[in-house]
Design a protein around this ligand. Structure first.
Ligand code: IMP
Length: 422
C-alpha cells in the first residue's frame, strides 16, 4: 500500500484537521510528519469543537492508529494537556497513540530562546507562535537535540542539563530578556514522566510493516506550503519541510511509497504572523472576510490577515508538492460578494508572470486580478454539487483549469457533515 499525504497549500489554517477527520474512515493509520504545537487543527462534529496541536486528527475514530513521526517536535507539557483535554471530552487517545523515538523534544529553554530571539528582532520578527519550534529544529540540525528515545536511555537528566546549560549561555546574550525558568521546568519534568509511559516506538518500522501488510496510511501535514523552510516565504516561514517530501523524511518512508497528494486550500487566502502576502486586503473587505470566516488563530488567537485567492501561489504549491487532488475549503464564506477578484499572475520586473518568483515582497511583485462573478446564496445547507449556484461551479472550474489539478472536495461549513465530495 501507499501513503497518501494531506497538506495545506497556503500559509496554514486551510482546514486540514476537518478533511483528515472526514477522510479517516478510509485509513487505518494517521501520521503526523512535521511541525509541533505551533499547529492547531480544528475538528467540529456532533456540535463539539476540538483543537489538536500535536496529536494526529485520527484520534476521534475508534480503531484508527495515530502516529507522531520522527519529523515532529513535541512539547511534553502541551502534549500532556492535549491528552487530558481529550480524556475530559470522552476520548482516551493513549491506546492508539504511537510516538517515534526519533522525534525531538521542545525544552522550556527552547521556548525562552524563541521568545528572546523574536523580541530581539523587533519589527523584523517572524511572528512565531512562540512554541519553541525554531530553536528545537536548530538543535536538531545542529546535532544537539534531545529525542524521545533519550527518555529511556538512563542518561536523560545528564543530557537535559547539558543542553539547558548551553541554552542559558545563549540566553545570556539577550540582556533585555528576563525569564523565570524554575516555574516552567517543574511542570515540564512532570509531563516528561507521563510521556515516558506512552507507546514510544520505532515508527519507521511500524509504518513500513503496516504498509507491507496492506494497511492504509494518511500522512497529515501541518502549517502550509508557503511556510515551508525551503519553498516558503523565507525567512517568514516555520522551521520544517511542510511540503509532501517532508512526509518521507518525517516518517521514514521511501518516495516510491507516496500515493495521492491531497492539497487543501481556502477559496480565499489567510496568513498569520509576518511576511509577504501579495493579495492581502487591508481594508473593510479584509475585515469582512475575517469576521465571516472566523479568521482568528486556533493556537494563538491572533487575527489572521485575509486576502483574495492567489492562483500564482496555489499553482506553485501544487507544483512543489506534486498535488494530485484538491479540497477547496470555506466556499460558504464567499457568499454575498457581487464580484470575487482572483489573482492569476504577478507583474515582476515589468513582466506579467504565471509562476512564483524568488521574492514576493510588495516591491517585487504586483498581483494582477480578474473579477469572478460572485454568488448570493447561503451554501451552508447545500448537500450536493447539483445545488451549487452557477457562479460557484464556474469558480471551481476556473481554479481547476488554472492550477491543472482536480478539486475533489468542496467544504461549505465547519462541520464534518458540510462536505461535498465530487
Ligand atoms: P513558528 O513555526 O511558531 O516558528 O512560526 C513561524 C511562522 O509560521 C509564523 O508566521 C507563524 O504564525 C506561522 N505558523 C506556524 N504554525 C502555523 C500554523 O499551524 N498555522 C498558521 N501559521 C502558522
Amino acid at each position: 500500500m501507499k501513503v497518501d499525504v494531506l497538506l495545506g497549500l497556503q500559509w496554514g489554517d486551510e482546514g486540514k484537521g476537518k478533511i483528515v477527520d472526514v477522510l479517516t474512515p478510509k485509513y487505518d493509520i494517521i501520521a503526523r510528519f512535521q511541525g509541533g504545537p505551533n499547529a492547531g487543527h480544528t475538528l467540529i462534529f456532533d456540535g463539539q469543537k476540538h483543537v489538536l496541536h500535536t496529536i494526529p486528527s485520527g484520534v476521534f475514530r475508534p480503531g484508527t492508529k495515530n502516529v507522531v513521526g520522527n519529523g515532529v517536535v513535541i512539547d511534553p507539557v502541551i502534549f500532556k494537556r492535549e491528552i487530558t483535554q481529550l480524556i475530559a471530552a470522552g476520548v482516551d487517545p493513549r491506546p492508539n497513540l504511537l510516538i517515534s523515538r526519533r522525534a525531538h523534544l521542545i525544552l522550556p529553554t527552547h521556548r525562552l530562546l524563541d521568545a528572546a530571539s523574536e523580541q530581539a528582532k523587533g519589527k523584523a520578527k517572524i511572528g512565531s507562535t512562540l512554541k519553541g519550534i525554531g530553536p528545537t529544529y536548530m538543535d536538531k540540525t545542529g546535532r544537539n537535540g534531545l529525542r524521545v528515545g533519550d527518555l529511556t536511555s538512563g542518561k536523560f537528566e545528564e543530557r537535559y542539563d547539558a543542553l539547558k546549560a548551553k541554552h542559558l549561555g545563549l540566553l545570556a546574550q539577550f540582556p533585555n530578556f528576563t525569564f523565570d525558568l524554575a516555574s516552567v521546568e517543574a511542570e515540564w519534568h512532570e509531563a516528561v514522566n507521563e510521556l515516558r509511559e506512552l507507546q514510544l516506538i520505532d515508527t519507521e518500522h511500524y509504518l513500513n510493516e503496516a504498509l507491507d501488510a496492506g494497511k492504509r496510511v494518511l500522512a497529515e501535514g501541518a502549517q502550509g506550503a508557503m511556510l515551508d523552510i525551503d519553498f516558503g516565504t523565507y525567512p517568514f516561514v516555520t522551521s520544517s519541510n511542510t511540503i509532501a517530501a517532508g512526509a518521507c523524511n518525517g516518517l521514514g518512508v521511501g518516495p516510491g511509497r507516496i500515493g495521492e497528494v491531497i492539497g487543501i486550500f481556502k477559496a480565499y487566502c489567510t496568513r498569520v504572523g509576518s511576511g509577504p502576502f501579495p493579495t492581502e486586503l487591508l481594508d473593510e473587505t479584509g475585515e469582512a472576510l475575517r469576521q465571516a470566516g472566523g479568521e482568528f488563530g486556533a493556537t494563538t488567537g491572533r487575527p489572521r490577515r485575509c486576502g483574495w485567492l492567489d492562483l500564482v501561489q496555489l499553482r506553485y504549491a501544487c507544483r512543489v508538492n506534486g498535488v494530485t487532488q484538491l479540497a477547496m475549503m470555506k466556499a460558504d464564506i464567499l457568499s454575498g460578494f457581487d464580484k470575487i477578484p482572483v489573482c492569476h499572475s504577478y507583474v515582476h520586473e515589468g513582466e506579467q508572470i504565471p509562476n512564483l518568483p524568488f521574492g514576493i515582497e510588495p516591491d517585487e511583485v504586483t498581483p494582477v486580478f480578474s473579477d469572478h462573478k460572485g454568488w448570493q446564496e447561503d451554501l451552508t445547507g447545500v448537500t450536493a454539487e447539483a445545488e451549487f449556484p452557477e457562479s460557484l461551479s464556474t469558480y471551481i472550474d476556473m481554479v481547476e483549469r488554472e492550477v491543472d489539478t482536480p478539486i475533489k472536495v468542496i467544504s461549505v461549513g465547519p462541520d464534518r457533515a458540510q462536505t461535498i465530495k465530487r
